[in-house]
Write a protein that binds this ligand. Structure first.
Ligand code: CTP
Length: 405
């Protein structure tokens, strides 16, 4: 790796002193680091020690960047290869999630076009608070890498998750972030037909719990959805992949959110909005157990099977079509075993999708590597010859990009 340039934003928390150790590790690892302190961080660590360790000027206020032509906040935010926030307080993450820019640190975070890595540190209750968890989910959906805090005894005497990960671990994550392909580093920013677009993809099956050990599922492997997510990222899109349980690696440059049930998938999709495009490839279970038993359901000895009342799951695709933040291009998949095109035409109209990619699953498609598809749009039907799932993905990604050309 050639000398990486890190912009280190230090938030105001008791863990701020560990930022000094991180500066030392970055320098030792061959990187250069420029430090920015928030107002609150001054109470925990001094600009003097950071300047000595980094051998660079330390910035503390928007107004000390006097010469805008020489070192304005835009330049400061862009000359780095990676922006690291360490420690990130609950307040700083809330501002980042909301897009607030009321001091130097938050202005740089809003103005940067570089990937951002966040190392949170706070009291356990603050970390677990729904507001913080919402902000973390928001930031991750925006393509920010938010590390999980360590668990253990805290400076405030409580115990649980919230401690800053140790500096050597953070340095390891920085190295990983710098090694990743460009698409992962700066989602949506590199060149490409879909640069600057946010695309949401759902993939895989959903698991609907019956009791703690049993669930309702289907045979979806997730392969087609993952291939589509990868092909879209390769065209420069910022891709959020909401995935049911599958055993596939996360494609390069894709931000993945794991869910289990249909209702979790619906919530993750809503949280990932707004998006320019949504490609709903997931094989969402149509039904769930009305009530998931808290304990394992036992045989009662009578020989009679238990009754398992089912409830219908929300239709995520149809819900997105009615959503006020409906993506401009909404694409559904339809797995059919007969009258493939007829069913797909009806399904497109019923769910109000822009396209339905109709999938002939009469052969070995679930888990297989090839797909035979028809694209039903508002105006007609395009039928493609049978081809490998990776090729379907690339052609579909290009077809999507054409819509935004
Ligand atoms: N879908 C969804 N939420 C559901 C069910 C399906 O978002 N609860 C989406 C799928 O991701 C896919 C499309 O809707 O993009 C079609 O799924 P399919 O299972 O073929 O449709 P169903 O509505 O279940 O119709 P069918 O009666 O044919 O099963």
């Amino acid at each position: 790796m050639i000398a990486p340039r890190i912009l280190l934003i230090i938030g105001g928390g008791i863990a701020a002193y560990k930022a000094c150790e991180l500066v030392r590790l970055i320098r030792k690892g061959g990187g250069s680091v420029r430090c920015v302190l928030t107002e609150a961080a001054h109470h925990f660590v001094t600009p003097m020690s950071l300047a000595a360790l980094s051998e660079q000027e330390v910035h503390t206020s928007l107004w000390d960047l006097k010469n805008e032509t020489e070192m304005g906040h835009i330049q400061l935010s862009r000359e780095a290869d990676l922006v690291v926030v360490c420690p990130a307080t609950a307040d700083l993450m809330a501002k980042m999630a909301a897009g607030i820019a009321d001091d130097l640190a938050t202005t740089l975070l809003l103005a940067t076009d570089k990937p951002v890595l966040v190392a949170p540190a706070m009291n356990v209750r603050m970390w677990l608070h729904p507001a913080t968890q919402r902000n973390v989910a928001r930031l991750r959906a925006d393509g920010v890498t938010v590390l999980d805090p360590d668990e253990g005894a805290m400076a405030c005497g409580e115990f649980g998750p919230g401690r800053l990960p140790e500096p050597p671990f953070i340095w390891g994550e920085i190295e990983k972030a710098l090694d990743r392909p460009r698409a992962a580093l700066a989602p949506g920013i590199k060149g490409g037909a879909l640069a600057g677009r946010h695309v949401l993809v759902t993939a895989g099956p959903t698991h609907e719990p019956i009791d703690p050990v049993r669930y309702i599922a289907n045979r979806s492997s997730g392969k087609q959805g993952y291939a589509i997510a990868e092909a879209l990222a390769a065209l420069g899109a910022r891709v959020t992949l909401v995935s049911g349980p599958v055993s596939l690696p996360t494609p390069a440059g894709v931000h993945r959110i794991d869910v289990e049930s249909a209702r979790e998938m619906a919530a993750a999709v809503e949280a990932a909005l707004p998006a320019d495009v949504a490609v709903m490839v997931a094989a969402v279970a149509d039904w769930r157990a009305e009530v998931a038993a808290g304990q394992k359901i036992k045989k009662d000895g009578s020989g009679a099977p238990p009754v398992l009342p089912l409830a219908e799951n929300p239709d995520i695709l149809a819900g997105l079509a009615r959503n006020p933040r409906r993506p401009r291009l909404l694409i559904g998949f339809a797995a059919e075993t007969e009258k493939v095109v007829d069913h797909a035409i009806a399904k497109r109209a019923r769910k109000d999708a822009d396209w339905i990619v109709a999938n002939d699953v009469s052969g070995d498609v679930m888990g297989g590597d090839s797909n035979s598809i028809h694209i039903v749009t508002r105006t007609g039907v395009e039928s493609w010859e049978t081809m490998p799932k990776a090729e379907v993905a690339q052609r579909l990604a290009t077809r999507i990009a054409d819509e935004f050309a």
